[in-house]
Design a protein around this ligand. Structure first.
Ligand code: SME
Length: 155
């Protein structure tokens, strides 16, 4: 199954949940589960939440033990939250301050989750053991998903 078809299936399974569920943890946990199990190259899928200015804390995820805390001035997740824009990393070895939660990670994508006012509330992080596993298709798909997830902060 190609990538677009995988996203289509994931979106179909998530749509009714994203429309009806208003609990943040329930939404984030279910999205992490669907992305981890539904996208072939993913080795870690989950969220870091902006819990105070300048600080991300791990949220619901699937995969191996994730770092618990990421300051906003560190790593790919920190840059995503700081700049409020998607980060696509084809090779983590090219990123000087990449935070290696797992030494087998080769590429990653991180997408901001915004509330209705456009403020970053969390980031969605997907890792892969394959080089260049994520591209612009993933960015578009995950940004559309992020817009739906963000509604949980406005209820
Ligand atoms: N690689 C991320 C840290 C999170 S873990 O990969 C789960 C970063 O550089 O921010």
């Amino acid at each position: 199954m190609d990538k677009s078809a995988q996203y289509q299936e994931i979106r179909a399974r998530l749509e009714p949940i994203l429309i009806t569920e208003s609990d943040e943890i329930a939404v984030l946990a279910t999205v992490a589960c669907e992305l981890f199990h539904g996208l072939d190259p993913v080795s870690w899928a989950g969220f870091y939440r902006l819990v105070q200015p300048g600080l991300l804390k791990v949220g619901p995820y699937q995969g191996t033990h994730g770092c618990l805390t990421i300051p906003l001035n560190k790593g790919v997740c920190g840059r995503c939250a700081r700049e409020n824009r998607t980060q696509v990393v084809y090779d983590v070895r090219d990123v000087a301050d990449h935070i290696a939660c797992s030494s087998s990670t080769r590429s990653e994508i991180v997408v901001p989750i915004r509330d209705q006012s456009g403020r970053v509330r969390a980031v969605l992080d997907l890792d892969s053991e394959e080089l260049a596993a994520f591209d612009q298709t993933d960015a578009w798909q995950l940004e559309a998903l992020a817009a739906d997830i963000g509604q949980v902060y406005d209820e």
